[in-house]
Ligand binder design. Structure first.
Ligand code: ATP
Ligand code: MG
Length: 369
């Protein structure tokens, strides 16, 4: 790879949870959960996904399930389809229209309700990119260079060199989050360093130009990093994911092919047995059980029995989602309407914030001539 960036931390796998600050973020998430329950009206959520493929179980248990839960608790939610950001790690955004429609269908199928939550696409909200410019001035190249998730994403990138878009990805996210003054962001653990950049941007903007933005906090789920069938982070781009919309047979085939280890006795020990433990966790999440007990039940029956249980649990859990998704897929006009309304609303919010930013930065006079 021809890059001037120091990618040594990226190595081969995901950066350690400790290095990302996961334990502290988990403790904070527990406190945030309490506050949300006590006062859902105090929070505005922004979350999003890149339209690079269909949502998978990593998304679901990492963040999407939390989004639906927050929506049900009465929290206002904005869901961003980060279409421009597809280009961070590839030259062309392939089959974009199809991937955007797939994401909307996945959202609706899991229970995101467009009457209560705003679903919108990044490219339809130009003010987001205007916010990016002042935000870029608030972060140093050295700070961007240190971001472990950027390093990880660079190591996984399909491109021969690192684009400015990839390098500045966390700052784009700052604009995506702060434009609507979101203060809560349900994410997987890989997003923690990015959120730190958003918090830094908000803090520095407020200090330099007067207080305008909240410092948004991450909400982690109980599965902040679900592994895929090859034992690395489940990811759309790595071909190791079980899509929510996969058929029952496809799910069975993927789980049958999942990597395990030589130990016959099944245990739950994510540190020493990541592959086996990730399968145990998947079953536990779908069955809403303690993973240690799931492992204990399988015990000496080995990996084949474990895979059988996981397949059954996943397929049963996802059956209603898949049914709903198939029904919703019949009406493409509905998807277009949802995005049109969502984009309109997101634009209104973004324009209002941009006006405030211009006033705060004293640049509005250049617009009134
Ligand atoms: P890509 O490979 O195209 O980057 P992705 O599968 O990594 O796709 P993103 O769109 O980058 O998905 O991530 C969307 C959200 O889902 C983020 O909050 C991210 O933290 C979360 N997420 C993605 N994969 C996982 C996973 N395996 N476990 C937990 N959370 C995840
Ligand atoms: Mg990603």
């Amino acid at each position: 790879m021809t890059t001037h960036l120091d990618t040594t931390v990226a190595a081969d796998a995901t950066v350690s949870a400790d290095a990302l600050g996961v334990p502290a973020a988990q403790r904070r998430s527990a406190v945030l959960e309490e506050s949300v329950r006590a006062n859902p009206g105090r929070f505005r959520v922004l979350t999003g996904d890149r339209p690079t493929g269909r949502l998978h179980l990593g998304h679901y248990f990492g963040t999407v399930h939390n989004r639906v839960r927050l929506q049900e608790l009465g929290v206002e939610m904005m869901v961003l389809i980060a279409d421009y950001q597809v280009l961070t790690d590839r030259d062309v955004a392939d089959r974009l229209t199809e991937h955007v429609a797939d994401l909307v269908l996945d959202y609706l199928a899991v229970g995101i309700d467009p009457d209560r939550s705003t679903i919108f696409t990044h490219s339809a909200v130009p003010a987001l990119n205007q916010l990016l410019v002042p935000f870029l001035s608030l972060i140093s190249v050295a700070e961007l260079n240190r971001n472990p998730t950027v390093k990880e994403e660079i190591s996984q990138s399909r491109q021969a060199s690192v684009s400015g878009l990839m390098f500045t990805y966390p700052v784009h996210q700052a604009a995506d989050i702060l434009f609507c003054k979101a203060n809560l962001v349900p994410v997987g653990q890989d997003q923690l360093p990015h959120l730190e950049v958003t918090r830094m941007v908000a803090r520095r903007f407020n200090r330099r130009y007067g207080r305008l933005f909240p410092e948004p906090e991450a909400l982690l789920s109980t599965a902040p990093l679900l592994l895929g069938t090859d034992g690395t982070k489940m990811s759309k781009s790595r071909g190791n994911a079980i899509a929510l919309a996969a058929s029952a047979d496809e799910t069975a085939r993927l789980i049958r092919g999942a990597k395990t280890d030589a130990g016959r006795h099944i245990t739950y020990d994510p540190d020493t047995r990541p592959e086996v433990s990730s399968l145990v966790l998947l079953a536990a999440l779908c069955l809403d059980r303690d993973p240690h007990l799931v492992a204990q039940d399988i015990g000496g029956r080995g990996a084949a029995a474990l895979k059988g249980l996981v397949t059954e649990a996943v397929n049963e859990y996802l059956a209603p989602v898949r049914r709903r998704r198939a029904e919703l897929a019949e009406d493409r006009g509905h998807i277009r309407r949802i995005l049109r309304d969502g984009n309109e609303r997101a634009n209104a919010i973004a324009e209002a914030t941009l006006r405030q930013v211009r006033t705060a930065m004293n640049t509005e006079s250049s617009h009134s001539q």
